[in-house]
Design a protein around this ligand. Structure first.
Ligand SMILES: *Cc1c(COP(=O)(O)O)cnc(C)c1O
Length: 235
């Protein structure tokens, strides 16, 4: 076994173990939590090692990188997640590749994705990104805007809105990040029951390498983990 394959297998096992323990602490089942392996730091040879370690949900934050890797791995069993900001002029080329858009961060983007999905006879799974931390530099809707965004879902038959996504405030320690994760969960809980029928709020995509355990304790159903998976890998 090559050392990369072995190292990735160990890292994946360590992260999965941490997911399991965080789930137990919060009386949740680990199989309710999907690990999105953020492959943006690595090339396809390392991605092959991730696939071998059983990670088939992969996240990329830049559309051009996603296109290139998805084309190279077209024969492989990958579910691609677009986790970063998607410019509208890159949507047409991105949508055919992805299982889910995590960064639904503007009404104009949602309009575009809806239109393109209808044209191609598909629906796109989308999460609505919320700027829970209020960082000026972050994408996403302000929490108070989310109800009126979701109310527009009746206009978007091409979208399947299935949850919310957030990033913790920049540079925060896990215990500070916890406040942002609680804010996202509470927003979801307040919205449930008030949103149009076609909106599901099953998913909370939150938590990265430094804080995914806290995110799970606060209700994450998808964690987006990158650097922890690549420790010890020359990059
Ligand atoms: C890079 C990235 C991640 C993963 O971050 P790590 O700290 O490397 O785990 C998660 N989410 C988004 C949106 C990212 O851009």
């Amino acid at each position: 076994m090559s050392s990369t394959v072995q190292r990735i297998a160990e890292n994946v096992a360590r992260v999965r173990d941490a997911i399991e323990r965080a789930a137990q602490r919060s009386q949740r089942r680990a199989d309710e939590i999907r690990l999105i392996a953020v492959s943006k730091y690595v090339d396809t040879d390392v991605i092959e090692a991730l696939l071998e370690a059983g990670c088939h949900d992969l996240g990329e934050s830049r559309p051009q990188h996603l296109w290139k890797k998805a084309e190279q791995l077209v024969e492989r069993p990958v579910h691609w997640h677009m986790i970063g900001h998607l410019q509208r002029n890159k949507a047409r080329r991105t949508l055919p590749w992805i299982d889910m858009l995590h960064a639904g961060d503007s009404v104009r983007l949602l309009d575009t994705v809806n239109q393109l999905s209808i044209e191609s006879g598909r629906t796109c799974q989308v999460l609505v990104e919320v700027n829970v931390s209020g960082d000026e530099s972050k994408h996403g809707f302000q929490p108070e805007q989310v109800p009126e965004v979701l109310d527009q879902a009746v206009r978007w038959p091409g979208l399947r809105i299935c949850g919310l996504m957030a990033m913790a405030r920049w540079g925060s320690e896990p215990d500070e990040a916890r406040y942002d994760f609680i804010a996202l969960r509470q927003l979801r809980d307040r919205l449930i029951g008030t949103v149009p029928d076609q909106v599901r709020l099953d998913h909370l995509s939150m938590g990265m390498s430094s804080d995914f355990e806290v995110a799970i304790e606060e209700g994450a159903t998808m964690v987006r983990v990158g650097s922890s998976l690549f420790e010890g890998i020359a990059g």
